[in-house]
Design a protein around this ligand. Sequence first.
Ligand SMILES: O=C1O[C@H](COP(=O)(O)O)[C@@H](O)[C@H](O)[C@H]1O
Length: 266
Amino acid sequence: MAHSCVHKDRGELRIYENLNELSTDLADYIAELSEVSVKERGVFAIALSGGSLIDLMGKLYEAPYNKTVDWAKWYIFWADERVVAKNHSDSNYKLAKDGLLSKVPVVPSHVHSINDTVTAEEAADEYGFAIRQLVKTRVISVSDTSDCPKFDLILLGMGSDGHVASLFPNHSVLEEKDEWVTFITDSPKPPPERITFTLPVINSASNVAVVITGGNKAEAVHLAIDDVGPDCPSLPARMVQPTKGKLVWFIDKPAALKLDCCQFSE
Ligand SMILES: O=C1O[C@H](COP(=O)(O)O)[C@@H](O)[C@H](O)[C@H]1O
């Protein structure tokens, strides 16, 4: 059974005994947000990440979600993408397409992937421009506290180094305040060329979920969530702090083992 608690300033923590429980609750959570957003705004603007997240979203193409989710109202974006061809095994688009999008009735023109035929810088500029157009037509809302887009939901994973999207520890990309989408050409994790949402965009979303599994991430989970004092490293995952939106962490038991607030009896 899931263990859930609200951390005083790090959002809601949901911790699961196993991946099956996590995936089921993640599917419920996404389906619920989709329903609320479609009811309120007529559309659901969701940004995906790559990595293990997509597998963990797999229940969404099974019953009941394959029938109950209003897939035609989804507008799909990527919080980060590797600048490789869309059919390359490193592509976050390919991962999501093969693992989810090809199995549900999304509208192809609502799937906003990057231009993979230009440089990382150009791809980031074009993606930022595309998002601006969709903010103008209100497919994506606008934040009331900044001029940033307000996605209905941004889904993030986290690497064992604490990176989220393609925001890596100690990288200058963490300082970017003006652009909505930026690029890097020196990612410490291959492939090197990537585009990424910036922290202001992530922190302007209505909902942000960080989905983390595996014991190799336990230390980073502890550093991202617990009060680790003045020496607290500026871990990208710790910088995820939605201004007005809701933050929820979906964590499996091995990844949660070092969290102060969650002690488990074996
Ligand atoms: O490189 C990336 O890594 C992170 C984490 O991936 P995971 O497989 O450890 O969950 C992912 O969220 C990001 O989108 C991706 O580009």
